[in-house]
Ligand binder design. Structure first.
Ligand SMILES: [Zn+2]
Length: 495
């Protein structure tokens, strides 16, 4: 403490001589980033650049032990800071010195370094921990899923809390190394590429290593452990593809799942023609054991799918949807969770474009069908996509009305400007975060048109907008793709 006082006095004297205001005393970082829907998600006061998540997991006991090393930079003179985490912490080091730590609320870990960290200073944070994630309840539930042969950490927006300490908000992205030691003969899958093949450790355990080279949001980082068949391939452009299929699937499910997910490289190459270059270093998909995962999630480079998408045969709509999120959601992420339609409306519209491409119904036909069959009091109209609220975060308005908004934009500005807007959006905010206002601004800039009334009616008004086409007033037949698209969405909504 004395040394600190001397240092501060010397700084104050130096600054006084130059006329620069002295630093304020180091202050605590905040317990949230101020998200309008989830105010205590993420933390303020620092920015993470990299996570090294090194784990051991034993399926029989659900015991997870690990060490996560976080590289971060202080964004203020920092006396203490929070991480989001629920497992049992045994020690925390900050810049190689033991830090004190305490729990606050149901998912906050408050860390006080031995010495304050000055604004702009580097922090190496090492957290050692263990726990049985399936026993930990936070935000009223347990996101960790135990399966008959392992476990999975897949969820939105909450999942990181149950397996690694983080700054859990999409506005603080980082690169990742995830390595998981599991019993020999068990597979452990995560995002990105495999920098090395699985390595046998002692005592009957094998370590699997995965690396994400591009900025990645905490909730898009996943792990799944169990009995999986892993298939590897390269895209036509030579990029790695890793897919994984639970061995607990029946033969019928397995074939339907493979007939869908093995087309990931083809589908993402097609999406590249619409949205611009694929943003990440690897591609793929993981299909979970039956009756475990409810839905699907666009985990970065490698979406995870429930087998429920494949119970009626192949389903490329869900593969198109989750991979469109690689551009819209994963690379361009929400700046605040209320902008969620920028993820789901875009991914849904990609399904409509896929239907159009395969002659199974144009986007216009899907729009007309949806418009005609949704009565004025349906939730799709009574919820404004631009601010759906937490309860409707994954509701129809965000998905279907979000896609309808994009279709109205396409009609207003024409195909050339519309696809230029999508590509510019993906390029300008690549690896970053964005808002609805930034999107509507970009659409007006590229088209040169005043689109205020269109976006007001489609995004911000909780009632059914009027459309001028006669088709929309009749009851058109369902496009061929509709059964698959609507079933896919009824499953996706069960978050
Ligand atoms: Zn989605």
């Amino acid at each position: 403490m004395r040394r600190l006082l001397v240092a501060l006095t010397a700084t104050a004297l130096t600054l006084a001589g130059t006329g620069v205001a002295a630093h304020a005393a180091p202050a605590p970082g905040g317990p949230g980033v101020g998200d309008s829907y989830f105010p205590d998600y993420g933390n303020s006061g620092y920015d993470v650049s990299h996570y090294d998540v090194r784990l051991r997991y034993t399926p029989a006991t659900d015991l997870l032990t690990g060490t996560t090393t976080i590289l971060a930079t202080a964004e203020q003179d920092l006396s203490r800071f929070n991480l989001d985490f629920v497992l049992d912490v045994s020690s925390v080091l900050v810049n190689n010195r033991p830090a004190t730590f305490a729990r606050q609320g149901d998912h906050e870990l408050v860390v006080t370094p031995a010495r304050p960290v000055s604004d702009g200073g580097a922090m190496t944070i090492v957290v050692r921990y263990s726990g049985v994630p399936s026993t930990k309840v936070a935000a009223g539930f347990t996101a960790w899923i135990r399966t008959p042969d392992g476990a999975m950490a897949i969820g939105e927006p909450e999942i990181a809390w149950w397996w690694y300490p983080s700054n859990d908000h999409p506005t603080d992205k980082a690169t990742f190394d995830v390595s998981i030691s599991v019993p020999d003969g068990v597979e452990a899958i995560s995002n990105g590429v495999m920098p090395r093949p699985p390595v046998r450790e002692t005592l009957g355990y094998t370590r699997w290593s995965w690396r994400s080279l591009k900025p990645q949001a905490a909730y898009l980082t996943f792990m799944t452990v169990g009995q999986y068949d892993v298939t590897t391939d390269t895209t036509a452009s030579g990029r790695p593809v890793y897919n994984a299929y639970s061995r607990l699937m029946t033969q019928e499910l397995r074939e339907a799942a493979q007939a869908s997910v093995e087309r990931t490289a083809e589908i993402t190459d097609w999406e590249t023609t619409l949205f611009g270059p694929y943003p990440f270093e690897a591609r793929g998909g993981v299909v979970a054991p039956p009756d475990t995962l409810c839905c699907a999630l666009e985990n970065q480079t490698r979406p995870n799918y429930s087998t429920r998408f494949f119970t009626r045969g192949s389903n490329t709509s869900v593969v198109v949807h989750e991979n469109a999120h690689q551009w819209f959601g994963d690379s361009v992420s929400v700046a605040d969770w209320r902008h969620i339609w920028l993820n789901e409306g875009f991914a849904t519209y990609a399904e409509w474009l896929w239907s159009e491409r395969n002659d199974e119904g144009t986007a216009q036909e899907i729009f007309d069908y949806l418009y005609a069959t949704s009565p004025p009091d349906a939730p799709i109209w009574t919820t404004a996509p631009a601010d759906p609220g937490v309860a409707q975060l994954f509701g129809d308005a965000v998905y279907d009305r979000g896609a309808m908004t994009l279709h109205q934009l396409r009609l207003a500005v024409g195909d050339d400007d519309f696809f230029e807007i999508l590509r510019a959006w993906a390029a300008e905010h690549r690896y970053g975060n964005a808002t609805t206002e930034q999107f509507t601004g970009l659409a007006e800039k590229i088209s040169g048109e005043d689109l205020g009334a269109l976006f007001e009616a489609w995004l911000s008004t909780p009632s059914k907008p009027v459309v001028a086409t006669t088709l929309a007033r009749t009851a058109p037949a369902a496009p061929k793709s509709w059964a698959q698209i609507s079933r896919t969405h009824s499953l996706l909504h069960q978050h």
